[in-house]
Design a protein around this ligand. Structure first.
Ligand code: HEC
Length: 150
């Protein structure tokens, strides 16, 4: 009887162990999503920084780099929905649950910002750098961060 109890305890311990391992595995999955999202946001931030710098003190010879950055920013903003598709919120995240409870609007806000960036590139190509510089301020990251980021 004593050995049966030892076996049952051993079985319980191993089941609990598997549960802990599985929980940690899920946590790591969420961490991977966060790393992707955080990396994406920093790429977005870098491209917007290039636009802001050129808008402030750039000259005509920066036009090609400005157009490149605006197009890259538009593409990066367009990938936000796929990066957030899975509902995962590891402890470190600043993503609010409203992203998933209000998914269609989240996608619409991401797409709207992607279109603003594309129109900055188009303006630079069709009306010149000075006209496009004036539009950099139309990017509104807060339109998403305010409702969807802690
Ligand atoms: C459609 C939504 C959306 C748009 C648009 C968006 N962001 Fe974010 N951003 C988020 C969310 C959500 C987080 C938090 C992600 C997390 O922690 O899981 C975030 C996080 C960040 C971070 C990471 C550091 C931090 O403070 O959490 C930076 C930097 C950032 N965003 C910059 C920008 C910039 C710059 C723009 C505009 C050019 C922008 N974002 C546009 C949703 C968005």
């Amino acid at each position: 009887m004593k050995s049966l109890r030892v076996i049952m305890i051993a079985v319980l311990v191993s089941i609990l162990g598997i549960n802990v391992a599985t929980a940690r595995h899920h946590g790591e999955g969420g961490m991977r999503d966060w790393v992707t999202r955080d990396g994406l946001m920093h790429l977005i931030s870098a491209q917007r920084g290039i636009l802001q710098n050129i808008a402030k003190e750039g000259s005509a010879e920066d036009a090609a780099e400005f157009i490149r950055a605006a197009n890259a920013l538009s593409a990066l903003l367009g990938t936000i929905p796929s990066a957030f598709e899975k509902n995962s919120r590891p402890d470190i995240t600043r993503a609010k649950p409203e992203i998933w409870s209000d998914w269609d609007n989240f996608v619409a806000v991401a797409n709207a910002q992607s279109i603003v960036a594309a129109s900055i590139a188009t303006t630079a190509m069709t009306q010149g750098l000075d006209a496009a510089k004036a539009k950099v301020g139309e990017l509104d990251c807060g339109s998403c961060h305010t409702p969807y980021r802690n």
